[in-house]
Structures are given as C-alpha cells and as structure tokens.
Design a protein around this ligand. Structure first.
Ligand SMILES: [Zn+2]
Length: 324
C-alpha cells in the first residue's frame, strides 16, 4: 500500500506540473478506474508547450483472455495487473486513440486509425469524433505512421475497395518499416496470423505516390523527429515533438496497455515481433521520457491517451491523464 501511495502521489504531482492547470486535470485512485472504457465525449484538446493536441477516440477491442497474449505471463497474472489498475478483468481492454497536432496551421495526424470497423467491430468512432472535434478529416495535411499493424494503418484504406482515404496527404513512415513489409516474399515469411495483413499491405501501399520514407533521427516536420523504436515491429517508430518549453513523445505501441506493461515492462506480447527487443526499447524510451521530463501519449493508453510515468524500482508507475 505504501508503494501504491508513493507512486500515485509522485505521478499526480509530476502530471500536474507537466500539463499545467489549464487542462483541468483530476486524478483518482486507483488511477485508471477513473477513465471509462468508452468515453462519453470522444475528443479532447490539451496543450504541450506551444502545440495544440487533439486526442480522438477510435474505439476499443474487448479482447477475450488468451494464454498466448503475453508470452511470459499467465491469464491470472494479466487479470491481476488489470485489477490493480482498477480495470475490468472480464476481458482485455485495448482502447485506441489517435492524436492530431496543429503545427503552424498544418494538421498532422499520428497514425491513421483502424478504418471504421476494419480492425475491431467496436472501433468505428474516429470519423465522427474528428468531426465533433472540429477537424475536417479530408483536410489532414500529413500522417506520421508508427508501424504497419492494422489498428494503425487500416484507416488509410476504404473497406472493400482499398481505395486510399488520404490520396493527397503526405504519408511519413520509417523506410525500414515500409521496406520490410513490402519486401517481395515477405508474406510467405510472416506468421500465419499476419499473412492477410501482409498481403493487403503489399498489394496496395506500393501503388501510392504520397509516401515519404525517412530514416531514424530524421526531422520530418519543424520540431518533429522520427525515432526508431524497434521490437513491436522491425521499423516501429515514435515521434519526438519539440514544442518550445516542453517536449512530447508520441509513443505508439512501446508501452501498449500501461496497466500491464508499466508494472511489468519485461512482459513480451504475442503482438511483439521481437519480444526481447521490444522490452529493451520500452525500457530505453520510458527511461528517457522520465529522465528528460518528456510528456508522452500512447495509442492504447486509456482515453485521452496521455499520462505520466515514474520509476518504481525496476518497473514503472503510470498515472493517466483524465478528461476534465
Ligand atoms: Zn497498436
């Protein structure tokens, strides 16, 4: 209990300092219980330094418990982690949030969402929540992509026809990720469960002319750097945003569901292409976020998808940002 209290207090203080009073943060214990699985309002604006961030909720995968989900943990272990975070143990809750940045009048979306039901039947809300947030989906200038898993890129394609949803937007991705997935012969080498996704990527993405392939460390827009974060996929990347007085790491899937991986950063997910590498990347980048006081958001964090990490021995404490 002492440990929980210390973690919560540290997390709350750090987050309050980080996000400022104007974002009207409220924290509750256990912290994650305060974030409903389906938010009543699926869009939320906050500021990091000079940049306005709009978090937009896509939906949730109510994933049935599966003993293979975490390679080095049992269903009982994962249920225990969910319960400690105040979350349901009836299923594995995997929410999905996309962030849109307004940088100098340009709209930059981080990942494309899951394509209105093309990933999970409960993840259909992105277009409506974008509209409710006042963002014209069709006017997105740039999409910065973390990796080529369906929940992050199926939003680039129309269901059925595979027609590009954003033919005029600049699509930025780590060249390594792009080349890995579109390498001739890749599909045959993929695990069975990934073959359909691999086929769809290989058949469609190379036809498009609006890709911009970049390497690790590239400055992809003013103040925005791509940082290679491999393991989850070979070219998985995060984006580090210098927003003047503050920095933000758009961390995609390095911390996946924090209720599981903050207290157990050593857990290797079945969704990780290379488990040990994903663990090493997770520790390296979360340690950096903590040491350099960088704000962080993640695709599968509780909505609105942002929060604060603190060191807790060999693991981490996590305090989510809660919608005011
Ligand atoms: Zn994901």
């Amino acid at each position: 209990m002492l440990n929980m209290t210390r973690r919560a207090v540290l997390g709350t203080a750090a987050a309050a300092a980080a996000f400022g009073l104007n974002s009207k943060l409220e924290f509750a214990l256990p912290a994650m219980a305060a974030t409903p699985l389906e938010p009543a309002v699926g869009h939320y604006k906050y500021k990091v330094g000079s940049i306005e961030i709009t978090a937009v909720y896509d939906g949730i995968w109510r994933k049935p418990h599966d003993p293979a989900f975490i390679k080095n943990a049992s269903i009982d272990d994962t249920k225990e982690a969910l319960a400690k975070a105040g979350l349901t143990t009836e299923f594995m809750p995997i929410p999905l949030t996309v962030v849109v940045l307004n940088v100098g009048g340009k709209l930059i979306m981080m990942d494309a969402g899951s394509g209105v039901g093309q990933w999970q039947t409960n993840a259909t809300h992105l277009p409506a929540n974008m509209a409710a947030a006042g963002i014209d989906y069709k006017k997105i200038d740039t999409i910065m992509i973390s990796h080529f898993h369906p929940d992050h890129v199926w939003g680039l394609m129309e269901k059925g026809t595979n027609a590009p949803v954003f033919p005029n937007a600049e699509l930025i991705v780590n060249a390594y990720e792009y080349n890995w997935w579109t390498d001739p012969g890749r599909v045959d080498k993929l695990a069975e469960g990934r073959k359909d996704a691999g086929r769809r990527i290989a058949a469609n993405f190379p036809k498009w002319k609006n890709w911009r392939l970049v390497d690790d460390g590239a400055q992809v827009a003013p103040g925005i750097q791509l940082v290679s974060a491999p393991g989850h996929t070979p070219g998985h990347s995060v984006y580090l945003i210098d927003a003047g007085s503050e920095q933000l790491m758009v961390s995609a899937d390095i911390m996946y569901v924090p209720a599981l991986l903050a207290p157990h950063p050593e857990w290797e997910g079945s969704y990780d292409q290379d488990g040990p590498m994903a663990v090493a990347t997770r520790r390296k980048l979360i340690d950096r976020v903590i040491a350099d006081n960088i704000k962080i958001c993640g695709s599968h964090f509780p909505f609105p998808g942002s929060g604060t990490f603190v060191k807790d021995g060999n693991s981490y404490g996590f305090t989510p940002m809660v919608q005011a």
